[in-house]
Design a protein around this ligand. Structure first.
Ligand SMILES: *[C@@H]1O[C@H](CO)[C@@H](O)[C@H](O)[C@H]1NC(C)=O
Length: 408
């Protein structure tokens, strides 16, 4: 698509009509393109496994790429060799999330996508001796450009940080025993990523709809890594804020056009994210709410529904950026929860989805994990996959209608 001023004006109008700008900008007569929901909530999906493939949720894809039993992108690149790996990843980037997916997302009444990316999408930040696929940036540009064209709001999420920010996790791109993110050198690489992305957002028209930049996804918990978590809160978090805002100031970005800067919410367990921030205007907090892994929630039908119905995740500056309708590992194949070869439980999942939507729309809104996956545990596991859950009739074709199905 060819961008010109008219297109941008039309997009601005489309974006503004989707939303209610922040009150102070209404009051001052300005309209912010960095919209956040007022009466319209964030309703979105993660584009997971696009730029950081998690083999657990993309089994066929991983096999077709020749990654075999590699546990992460790093080891697949090592296994295939850089050039062969770049070629198979390129095919993946072209085919996993396509413009058709984005159109389908929009047609389901969703207004947002969260895009998990690794820092390595900026290849200048990769050190010698690190193994990450190369060439993804072009495909990120395409996806973001298509989102802008469709009026989908984009949360850009630094999902895989330099050195890996959490041990033992595929989402970091490199599964490590000990998290290497919490050093001056890696904070600096992450801050360079944020500055670079900030500049892209404000200077490349394709990035017009990127309204939020998340500084790091799912860092370590304070209970497991107290000094790393505390250091991140007092050092990386405020520096990320300052580096983004300074770059915006250099670019002459108007107040209403500044990015929302997103941190994991306090509920994540790394500490209070805003403790040492130099400001909180356009700050946002990301809450990942998986009842599946909350051992205080009884793994029964009523247990899940009542937990969701009584949940309160915070104010409109909190977005539930990851959640699913999966249930506890040791209950998920029980008769009342199984979804293999039966649709007898679909009505319950429909209620579980709706109960969560209702709770999360009391906050700023929600982003389901994930849009698309394939063959988790050898079957069509739609408890993690929005697209196939819509096909199964569990998620309504109009996301805004879900709340009406709530049993609460
Ligand atoms: C949308 O994506 C396609 C590739 O999938 C690309 O060719 C096209 O340029 C993109 N559109 C925009 C506006 O970026």
């Amino acid at each position: 698509m060819h961008f010109n001023l008219r297109t941008l004006a039309a997009l601005a109008i489309a974006a503004a009509s989707l939303t209610q700008s922040r009150r102070e900008f209404h009051a001052s007569g300005k309209t912010s393109r960095r919209w956040l929901p007022g009466s319209d909530k964030i309703r979105g999906v993660n584009l997971a496994s696009q730029f950081i493939i998690e083999p657990w949720m993309a089994g066929d894809e991983w096999n077709s790429m020749g990654c075999g039993d590699s546990r992460d992108e790093w080891s697949c690149v090592q296994r295939l060799g850089q050039e062969d790996a770049d070629a198979v990843f390129q095919r993946h980037w072209q085919t996993w999330i396509t413009p058709d997916d984005l159109r389908e997302i929009q047609s389901y009444g969703l207004n947002t996508v969260r895009i998990p990316v690794g820092f390595w999408i900026n290849e200048d930040l990769v050190n010698a001796g690190e193994y990450y696929p190369r060439g993804g940036l072009k495909y990120l540009d395409y996806i973001v450009g298509n989102c802008t064209e469709l009026g989908l709001y984009v949360i850009m999420d630094l999902h895989g940080g330099p050195g890996s920010q959490f041990p033992g996790q595929q989402y970091t791109g490199h599964v490590v025993d000990s998290p290497g993110f919490y050093t001056e050198e890696n904070y600096e690489r992450a801050n360079k990523f944020l500055e670079w992305m900030t500049e892209r957002v404000h200077t490349d028209p394709a990035y017009f709809n990127v309204g939020m930049l998340q500084v790091v996804n799912e860092p370590v918990h304070a209970g497991d890594y107290p000094s790393e978590a505390a250091d991140m809160i007092s050092s990386y978090y405020p520096s990320a804020w300052t580096r983004i805002r300074d770059r915006e100031a250099q670019l002459g970005v108007a107040d209403g056009d500044k990015l929302h800067i997103q941190y994991m919410a306090e509920a994540w367990g790394s500490g209070n994210p805003s403790q040492d921030l130099p400001g909180t205007t356009f700050a946002s907090y990301d809450d990942h709410r998986y009842y599946k892994w909350d051992s205080s929630v009884p793994a029964t039908r009523d247990g899940y529904i009542s937990a969701a119905c009584s949940d309160n995740r915070g104010g409109t500056d909190v977005i539930i950026g990851e959640w699913s309708i999966s249930v506890a590992d040791d209950a998920q194949y029980n008769a009342e929860f199984d979804i293999r070869d039966t649709d007898a439980n679909n009505d319950w999942y429909k209620q579980f989805f709706a109960a969560q939507v209702k709770a999360f729309e009391r906050s700023g809104g929600w982003v389901f994990w994930s849009w698309k996956c394939n063959w988790i545990a050898g079957f069509n596991e739609w408890r993690w996959c929005y697209k196939s859950a819509v096909d199964a009739g569990v998620i309504p074709k109009d996301a805004a209608a879900a709340v009406g199905n709530s049993p609460c």
